[in-house]
Structures are given as structure tokens and as C-alpha cells.
Design a protein around this ligand. Sequence first.
Ligand SMILES: Cc1cc2nc3c(=O)[nH]c(=O)nc-3n(C[C@H](O)[C@H](O)[C@H](O)COP(=O)(O)OP(=O)(O)OC[C@H]3O[C@@H](n4cnc5c(N)ncnc54)[C@H](O)[C@@H]3O)c2cc1C
Length: 304
Amino acid sequence: MSLTPEQQAEIEAQRSETRPTLRATAPGMEAHLYTAHPVLDHGLVRVIDYMGDDSAITQAARVSYGRGTKAVSDDRGLIRYLMRHWHSTPFEMCEVKFHVKLPVFVARQWIRHRTANVNEYSARYSILDREFYIPAPDQLAAQSRVNNQGRGQVLEGAEAARVLDLLREDAMRAYDHYEDMLTPDEATGKLGLARELARMNLPANIYTQWYWKVDLHNLFHFLRLRADAHAQYEIRAYAETICAITRDWVPNAYQAFEDYRLGGVTLSGQAVGVLKRRLAGEEVTQETSGMSKGEWREFTAVWG
Ligand SMILES: Cc1cc2nc3c(=O)[nH]c(=O)nc-3n(C[C@H](O)[C@H](O)[C@H](O)COP(=O)(O)OP(=O)(O)OC[C@H]3O[C@@H](n4cnc5c(N)ncnc54)[C@H](O)[C@@H]3O)c2cc1C
């Protein structure tokens, strides 16, 4: 992450200015407000604003006149009950707005999550910075042999060095051409190409930025999919940073999410049947389970 001294000063100025409020605040989230958390080589996540805390969830669930709190342990139990039983609307009472800087190919995955509000940096209006994502050596890997949507063995030696050189050279050449096309020259009468057109030769590892606002229910849905081991490493790095922030914001809700969603497993009717038969001492195979080979593989990966 490279912030200019001006950007760093703006963040510090925002953090030094405090205001009294009657609204509920979450101490854990106040500590994150405006601070830039680095992700990947030039990316960042920072909280711009938020609404609500753990109490806002229970307050809404009870449609309460006050803070909604009974005993703290009651609140925690109610949040866990709501999460367990997919009673989702109380979680929508909390909102968060992030500033995210991310490579365009990550943004393409991220934008598929439609239940959020987005405003992206305009490359029609402004010139993009010369910042490209180049994977760290441990993430430079070959195509996985078992998973068509994944990476496998890490590249080493001359092959790794050549791939890194190609990535860097292509990025720099594309950016040089971008600058060249944009730049007018009065001496030769060169007009310079419009920003909205010049950007089209830039590779998908260039960084973009956006403000992304989402409610807690849909944030959990995003995190469930993107902090999962099946998600691509690059978007997972962002999801994991947001998980850590969310844990500090709404500790009870995050704990329930971690227990019932991130760490939980959904069982099909056949899987429940197989587990019951196994507990009764029966030896069950894929052929007698009623599951497909793929289902059986996923089932035994969890249950042995
Ligand atoms: C590991 C992984 C691999 C993926 N691979 C691919 C791929 O190869 N190709 C590809 O195209 N995508 C792929 N995706 C994207 C995926 O299919 C979803 O588009 C993405 O995860 C967003 O999920 P969502 O629609 O549930 O989220 P959101 O858009 O946030 O929606 C949340 C929920 O709201 C409801 N909803 C929102 N909008 C509508 C609507 N218009 N109509 C009905 N219900 C709606 C749905 O219940 C939805 O689940 C992949 C995702 C993951 C995590």
C-alpha cells in the first residue's frame, strides 16, 4: 500500500477530529475508522462510516424503545439464535461503508455481489495511477491439477523469475502507452486521446478504487463466500481483512457468523441419513449412500 504524505495527513486529520453524538458507537470500530489496512501489494481497506453495533441487532429483533439490551448474555444468546435460524433482517440494521483499493480483476469478482452500494473511481474523469498487482512469490503458482478453478504448485527458479518479468514488463509497457496516448503535444499538433478511451489497453492487474456500502447480513454473505478456502487468494485477502474489522465492530454477531456459517457445514438429507446409519454402526459406502461421487468426496472430506 502506498499512501502519499497528503493522503496520510488527510486520514490523520479525520482521526483527530471528534464529535459528540447520541448515536450508538462501537469502540472496536471507532479504532478502525478511516485507518488504511494494507492488502496485497498496493491495495487497502478502510472504514469510512458505520451504523449500529451488536445492540442494534437485538434492539431491532425486539422492536425495542430503548437500547434493546437486557443482560449482555441475553443479547449474545438472541444473536446466536437469530443467526442459527436464518432470521436475517435484524442483521440488516447495521451498515458499513468501506473505501477499497483493489486490482481490476478482483473488482470483477467483488462486483458480482449485487446487494451493496458502489461508487468507483472514474477513469473517464481521472488518470489511473501506475500501480499494478504483482503476486508475491508464494502466490505465483501453476494451474491446479485437481481443481479447474484454482492454483497448485508454487513456481520456482527461472520460471518464476520469467513470469514476474513478463508481468512487470507488460504492465509498464501498457502504462507507458496509456500515458503516451493521453498526452497532447502542441508542438506536433498531437491532441491526445480521451481518458475514457486510453484506459482500454490497461491490464486487469491495474488498481482501481471504490466506496462500498453494505448491510451486515449481506456483508456476512460476501464474507462467507469470499473468506472461504475456495475463493481466489486475492479476494480472500480482502475478505480476511474485513473479517478482522467486523470482529471488532460486532463481536457477538461475528462470533455467531464464524460458528454457524464460516465454521459450520450444511448437511443434505442424504448426509444426515448417512451419519445416522454410521452412528448405528452400519458401514456406508458411496454406492449405498445415495450421494454422487462429488457429494461423497465433499462429505468424507469433512466427516472422514
Ligand atoms: C468460489 C466462487 C466461484 C465463482 N465462480 C463463478 C464463475 O465461474 N462464473 C460466474 O459468473 N460467477 C462465479 N461466481 C460468482 C457467484 O456465482 C455469485 O455471482 C457471487 O458469489 C455473488 O453471490 P450472490 O449473487 O449470492 O450475492 P449478491 O448479489 O450479494 O446477492 C445476495 C442474495 O440476494 C439475492 N439476489 C440478489 N440479486 C438478485 C436477483 N437479481 N434475483 C434474485 N435474487 C437476487 C440472492 O438470493 C443472492 O444470493 C463465483 C463465486 C465464488 C464464491
